[in-house]
Ligand binder design. Structure first.
Ligand SMILES: Cc1cc2nc3c(=O)[nH]c(=O)nc-3n(C[C@H](O)[C@H](O)[C@H](O)COP(=O)(O)OP(=O)(O)OC[C@H]3O[C@@H](n4cnc5c(N)ncnc54)[C@H](O)[C@@H]3O)c2cc1C
Length: 407
């Protein structure tokens, strides 16, 4: 199958004057949708248009944490399916996505946090996803490096343990999906910015790019942090998305000490150890909306202080790299996956904030179904845009605020 693989370097594919489907953004969701359009729906005449290079957005900047213990009934099944797809995709794409099924420990620092976590555990278990509460002593048994003393800023009461979660390698996912899509006939056009979307008589007819115009009956908007701007400027559709900067960093490589992903809402920190040995760590977003990907010194200090208390063995360890990306946040911390009643052939998949890595395999599969049939699959129905004007927001925000900082 990969005999037809078109390399993504060297000569660019010719930008044809028409495609059956055009995808705006060569990030996780754009590439995954292209792959499943070709794999499951027989739509191979697809162009993925990426203004910089694949993985330029959140796709190449995230900390690659995956889990399926979200708070709400609507979210868990989607993430559960994504978790199941990683090992399958690794084989199918013939690309090592480096799925490390190490499990996630969400640390809980108060009775209130433990009670909030009970709701998530119940939701997960109802959907057949393994998740349970453990006490501080069990945390320490599972992760001897963890400081469970009472003499720290936020003593640990216990944790929500979720064995099926873990980490992957984010750039491997980008390259694996690109390879798979390309092998099935998809054209991936890097250095190709979308500058306009053509609509006639209530139907998508074309996409304008800085390399020329493309006729097409279907367009997917999956431009991460840039989606809301594109939607409004090119189609006049306002999306309830605020864009905020989120930062991450890695330490020098160490011997294995973190055998699970850990996160703490009270300390506002999460960390995992990559297969290379680095501790990859992140926190909450910068609190003001902006489009910068600059890092701040405050963040280094915050991460160092929090990690040194939670994991004292990390004192003195050096941070090696520090970067930032954009988080496209909706009011209920759940994405927007929808078509549009007024514009036939227009689809959107955005608002993934800082949690869009873990879902991309499953959303790609269902968005491809949606784009091929015009009918929204049941799995995606709860994520429609109208929920905001109908005041029917999802409950992920409360859960995230109460015990989990991130990811
Ligand atoms: C620091 C950080 C840590 C994170 N950690 C995690 C984590 O641990 N787990 C998790 O699940 N998620 C995490 N995320 C979130 C995750 O990375 C994003 O939700 C995900 O990348 C969104 O995927 P996407 O395909 O929607 O957008 P992106 O991956 O951002 O891709 C969008 C692409 O669209 C392109 N584009 C924009 N405008 C145009 C245009 N006009 N024409 C053509 N192309 C255009 C961009 O260049 C970009 O490549 C993190 C994000 C960051 C920044």
């Amino acid at each position: 199958m990969f005999g037809n693989y078109k390399p993504l370097w060297g000569k660019r594919p010719r930008l044809k004057s028409s495609y059956d489907a055009v995808i705006i953004g060569g990030g996780l969701h754009g590439l995954a949708t292209a792959y499943f359009l070709a794999r499951d729906q027989g739509i191979t005449d697809v162009a993925v248009l990426e203004k910089r290079f694949i993985g330029f957005g959140g796709a190449g900047r995230n900390t690659a944490i995956v889990r399926a213990n979200q708070r709400t009934q609507e979210n868990v099944p989607l993430y559960r399916e994504a978790l199941k797809l990683w090992p399958i995709l690794t084989k199918e794409l013939d690309y090592n996505l480096m799925f490390f099924n190490c499990g996630n420990l969400n640390l809980l620092h108060s009775e209130a946090a433990v009670n909030a976590a009970r709701m998530s555990v119940a939701t997960a278990q109802f959907h057949g996803v393994e998740s349970h509460l453990i006490d501080a002593k069990q945390c320490r048994e599972m992760m001897p490096a963890l400081n469970i003393s009472e003499d720290i800023t936020y003593p640990i009461f216990g944790a929500m343990f979720h064995p099926p979660g873990g980490i992957l390698r984010h750039d491997a996912v980008v390259w694996g999906l690109a390879k798979g899509a390309s092998a099935r006939g998809v054209d991936i056009h890097q250095q190709t910015a979308v500058t306009g979307v053509g609509v006639e008589n209530g139907k998508i007819v074309s996409v304008e790019t800085d390399r020329g115009k493309i006729q097409t009956p279907r367009v997917l908007l999956s431009a991460g942090g840039y989606s809301a701007g594109i939607s409004y400027e090119m189609l006049g559709i306002k999306l309830p998305i605020s864009v905020l900067t989120i930062q991450s960093m890695v330490t020098q490589p160490l011997k294995p000490i973190l055998n699970h992903v850990i996160s703490s809402g009270a300390y506002h920190v999460y960390a995992n150890q990559t297969l290379k040995g680095e501790i990859a760590t992140g926190a909450h977003m910068d609190p003001w909306p902006n489009y910068t990907t600059q890092t701040t010194a405050y963040y280094i200090q915050h991460q160092a202080q929090a990690l040194a208390e939670m994991l004292p063995c990390l004192r003195g360890v050096k941070f090696m790299r520090h970067w930032a990306g954009l988080a496209d946040m909706t009011p209920d911390m759940a994405p927007i996956m929808d078509g549009n009643d007024q514009i036939e052939g227009y689809y959107m998949n955005c608002g993934w904030g800082y949690f869009g890595f873990k879902s991309c395999a499953a959303t790609g599969k269902y968005m491809a179904q949606f784009m091929a049939s015009g009918n929204c699959p049941d799995m995606l129905k709860p994520f429609h845009l109208r929920r905001y004007e109908q005041h029917r927001l999802m409950g992920e925000t409360a859960a995230l605020m109460s015990y989990s900082p991130d990811n």
